[in-house]
Design a protein around this ligand. Structure first.
Ligand SMILES: *[C@@H]1O[C@H](CO)[C@@H](O)[C@H](O)[C@H]1NC(C)=O
Ligand SMILES: *[C@@H]1O[C@H](CO)[C@@H](O)[C@H](O)[C@H]1NC(C)=O
Ligand SMILES: *[C@@H]1O[C@H](CO)[C@@H](O)[C@H](O)[C@H]1NC(C)=O
Ligand SMILES: *[C@@H]1O[C@H](CO)[C@@H](O)[C@H](O)[C@H]1NC(C)=O
Length: 450
């Protein structure tokens, strides 16, 4: 391993950091403004990638982060050290997290980064029930009035859920739960909190608890109907809450919640190359994307092919990301853009940035989960258990061998403005498409702003 003088400096900083961490442990004061970054992007970076203008304390904090990442080796630390720091760090404040995503963009993987944290109450797509009740037929209504009704209901429900009023969800569950008990909660098994004591009271034998947590079906089979009141108690007992959804189209749809000072909502917008989303959806939603599969099989584009879904993805992304990059005051400290491809390439580093933005402590179980479930893992059987893995790290770019060149050209033409905005390169030849040593993801850093 080639360690430069930079590593030596970092190691020195790390040792200061150990002492500092010890001091911090005995201090109950919230961790306030670290760097005078203000509302401007920290453009002045020292050659090491650390912001200048920082006091020793600030650098120490960065040093501590680096120290924790030392297991990744010098190379990753130095080339992907976080080029920015974050203004506040207050683990005592209850934070509400929303993962704003679309289907097949890697949201299950991102959800796990919170689900695995014992301090976070995590819900996987509760808005499914709202959509099923209000818009049973349409996956994504293009009717504006319907969309507005659905979004209004979705916002109200999200607010209630963050405040742990889980019985608000009951009115959307069919059949309506009696005595606050239901076995119809969508993807209950994807939430650790709902599969662990006290919510899951089933008498479990040795080893069964971990089975229940590793396998969604096992949770539903072994834990019995969900006691919604108990789940609400657990929600209140946890320090933070996180919700993943693919049913909110744009960040602008969340403005009322973000501006609610009692909610302390922070949004992680997850984006992915639309060509990757398309390839993954073609595999997953076989009916809806039937014509695309026909195209792939025959080599000829069906004349009635519907570009609607992929246009919707690109347009929703484009509007949200444009809003985020314009840095409006209402998003200050509340919005982080995350490219799935970056998370796939540098899972630990990106997760650290995510947790720093949120002001949460990155728990060991989260780190362990990442190591177990990305290419760092040597335990294949553990990896295969999670459906999230199918789509994770190694597979982020496999659309490049799954889509035909024509399909790629067609899609990237439709989504051109978005690709530029997010730093995804267009391809001009089949050779360029299939040459995996030629990356199609530009190096970009999307800084949260405070
Ligand atoms: C609900 O609880 C009440 C009282 O405990 C009981 O009489 C009733 O049968 C329960 N209803 C259902 C549907 O389980
Ligand atoms: C649900 O849990 C509560 C305790 O929070 C308990 O009083 C209630 O009886 C439980 N309901 C059912 C249906 O088991
Ligand atoms: C990681 O894998 C090891 C070995 O299989 C296992 O003991 C541990 O529980 C796993 N941890 C997580 C968080 O998945
Ligand atoms: C693949 O891409 C790499 C990096 O851009 C380039 O050096 C190489 O010549 C390309 N190979 C082919 C066969 O085009």
């Amino acid at each position: 391993m080639q360690c430069s003088w930079k590593s030596v400096v970092l190691l020195a900083l790390a040792s200061i950091a150990i002492q500092y961490t010890a001091i911090r442990t005995f201090s109950t004061k919230p961790f306030n403004l670290l760097c005078s970054v203000g509302s401007n992007p920290p453009t002045e970076l020292a050659p090491t990638g650390h912001p200048v203008n920082c006091s020793l304390k600030d650098v120490t904090w960065l040093g501590r982060e680096t120290f924790e990442s030392s297991d990744r080796g010098c190379d990753e630390i130095l080339s992907h050290n976080s080029p920015f720091s974050f203004p506040s760090y207050n683990a005592n404040k209850r934070t509400h997290i929303l993962i704003l995503a679309t289907t097949r963009s890697g949201s299950s993987f991102v959800g796990q980064l919170f689900n695995q944290n014992p301090e976070v109450f995590y819900l996987f797509e509760p808005l499914y029930h709202v959509q099923l009740t209000l818009l049973p037929r349409l996956a994504q209504s293009r009717n504006l009035a319907e969309r507005r009704v659905m979004l209004g209901a979705a916002r109200d429900l999200l607010r209630s859920l963050y405040h742990c009023h889980l019985n608000s969800l009951e009115s959307y569950i069919r059949p309506r739960p009696a005595n606050h008990s239901t076995d119809k909660l969508f993807r209950r098994g994807a939430s650790r909190s709902l599969c662990s004591p006290p919510v899951c009271e089933a008498p479990l034998g040795p080893g069964e608890q971990s089975q229940v947590l590793a396998d969604e079906g096992e949770c539903v089979r072994k834990c019995g109907p969900l006691n919604v009141s108990l789940a609400a108690d657990t929600c209140r007992a946890k320090r933070h809450a996180a919700i993943k959804t693919v049913r909110i189209p744009q960040i602008n749809d969340l403005r009322a919640l973000i501006e609610d000072p009692r909610l302390n909502l922070k949004v992680v917008q997850l984006v992915r190359d639309p060509r990757g989303i398309l390839a993954s959806r073609i595999e997953t939603f076989r009916d809806t994307y039937r014509l695309w599969r026909l195209w792939r099989a025959t080599g000829r584009r069906p004349h009635n092919l519907d570009l609607g879904q992929i246009n919707t993805v690109c347009e929703d992304f484009r509007r949200s990301v444009s809003t985020g990059l314009a840095r409006p005051a209402w998003l200050r400290g509340r919005y982080m853009l995350l490219r799935y491809e970056d998370l796939a390439r540098f899972p630990l580093q990106k997760t650290r940035e995510l947790y720093s933005f949120l002001g949460l402590v990155l728990d060991h179980s989260v780190k362990d989960w990442i190591i177990n479930n990305t290419r760092g893992s040597s335990d294949l059987s553990a990896r295969q258990k999670f459906t999230t893995v199918r789509d994770s790290a190694a597979n982020a770019e496999n659309w490049r061998v799954k889509l035909s060149f024509d399909m790629v050209v067609y899609t990237q033409t439709a989504c051109q403005p978005l690709l530029e905005l997010l730093g995804y390169k267009t391809v001009f030849s089949p050779r360029e498409l299939r040459n995996l040593s030629h990356s199609l993801v530009e190096d970009r850093t999307f800084l949260p702003f405070f």
